[in-house]
Design a protein around this ligand. Sequence first.
Ligand SMILES: Cc1cc2nc3c(=O)[nH]c(=O)nc-3n(C[C@H](O)[C@H](O)[C@H](O)COP(=O)(O)O)c2cc1C
Length: 203
Amino acid sequence: MSLRFDLAANAGGRAYRLLAGLVVPRPIALVTTVDAAGRVNAAPFSFFNVMGVEPPIAVLAPADRDDGTPKDTAANLMANGECVIHLCDEPVAARMVECSRALPPGEDETRRAGFAVRPSEIVRPPVIVDCPVALEGRVLDVRRYGENRLVVVELLLAHVREGVADPATWKVDHSAYAPVGRLNSPDGYLRTTDRFRIAPPGA
Ligand SMILES: Cc1cc2nc3c(=O)[nH]c(=O)nc-3n(C[C@H](O)[C@H](O)[C@H](O)COP(=O)(O)O)c2cc1C
């Protein structure tokens, strides 16, 4: 037997609790952006995924704050369209969470969290060198659906820690790469180290 949860009649907090708890694991994007003065911002987003590869695109959903103003990431993305999306493994997970602290605009979460950064190649936001993966990207589109804001980002360049992806085949070696995911708010995370295989049909 199953229970019914009327999502259409319960948008907002209850729908978040249910859906964000059910649709797991979610990947986490730690996103660096810059404001008009070039000041760095970093924040994690788990309403995030890669959505296509021709061109390579990712979608994230940086919401508004409770006072109705866009979070710094959303404001920066709408103002100048540039970002670096990082994937995080366990050694950087606590620092990623530290970057979710609401700091005043212009205060650099990477510094507060103790991350090291270096310049990106294409975009102005920096690469966090401690993260195993950094994806330089540029905004293609921003859509609003009610209170939701979806930002579509074209991914331009991937920086991948040596040993994680084969430079000839581009295949990823998951014995060398274990990003963390989000399980539930406020403090639930999970590892990607417990794996199994299912052969595809006909294999
Ligand atoms: C793991 C994790 C995932 C998060 N995912 C989202 C998300 O998808 N959308 C969102 O608006 N906030 C999300 N947050 C909250 C933001 O990171 C937080 O509001 C942050 O302060 C925003 O920073 P900014 O104002 O510098 O952009 C998440 C927080 C954590 C720790």
